[in-house]
Design a protein around this ligand. Sequence first.
Ligand code: AHM
Ligand code: MG
Length: 343
Amino acid sequence: MTAPHISLTHFLIDEERAGRINADLRLLVEVVARACKRISIAVGKGALGGVLGDAGEAGQASINVQGEAQKKLDVLSNEILLEANAWGGHLAGLASEEMDTSQPIPDKYPQGNYLLLFDPLDGSSNIDVNISVGTIFSVLRCPEGVVSPTDADFLQPGTAQVAAGYCTYGPSTMLVLTVGSGTHAFTLDREVGSFVLTTRGMRIPEETKEFAVNMSNQRFWEAPMQAYVGDLLAGKEGPRGKDFNMRWVASMVADVHRILTRGGIFSYPLDSKCAAKGGKLRLMYEANPMSFLVEQAGGAASTGRQRMLEVQPNGLHQRVPVFLGSKAEVEVAVGYHLRHDAA
Ligand code: AHM
Ligand code: MG
């Protein structure tokens, strides 16, 4: 007998019956997953879909709130997620990497109790070269009594997340999800059009010999990061006593997916180029959802100095340094920072 085929819908109904989620959260995850399927189809068409390249008029790139040039697919993915989530009655508000401020749900639709944050298409510098990109999302509760949420209502620490996930658009499209009881992976069956549970309870090995970092920034890093990576590179002959391998896709979703699958440490540390902004990656819709997924799979996530999920946010687009993955290795990296600060 073949293994039972459990669709995302089936999985979510089981979660609801077990009392781990309510019907609104089930609907929310289903709606996000449906939007991700549409994004997957657009990404998969590549040059044939006429969606590659920069957004905006010829010679006049469209710039988002981060000061970054938007790709056509960034804009399209954002629109797909907004449109899919506006009318279902499960949300009170939305926030996106591609929008300056959060948006309350329009008055013409019923209001729900949840807030949704997303990076509609992460790693978009990879779109035009046919390398994996992905969607990242985080779900919070709308504070009690708030009818029309503003940015301040979204500024909750990562520990307040009720669900988080990402969808990776690679050789296969996969949705990786947590609702606070483990991290589970679903693969899109393209013929049927449904996500099928392919790994229940992902576990990140505690130890690793693989690290992910943009090495070209080495000379801009802080001293503890220089020392940490220096010791990794010294391999068997160095203080770590083992050889390390390096991988860097430059799509956080793809790098984190590899780490959830076979272990490793991902880092985007503070460097002198991004120090004034606080880091490169965004807390609310990149670092926090990924940290929730990683912790739920037995890994760890830190800024290098503090557990990521305990950072008190001060802005929707706040940036942070990120270290996440195999627990023992994240602890080693944090140790370099704490010893440096204490000296
Ligand atoms: P984006 O949200 O504008 O796509 O930027 C985030 C991406 C991450 O996916 C990835 O880890 C990082 O930026 C890559 O940075 P770099 O270009 O320095 O390698
Ligand atoms: Mg991003």
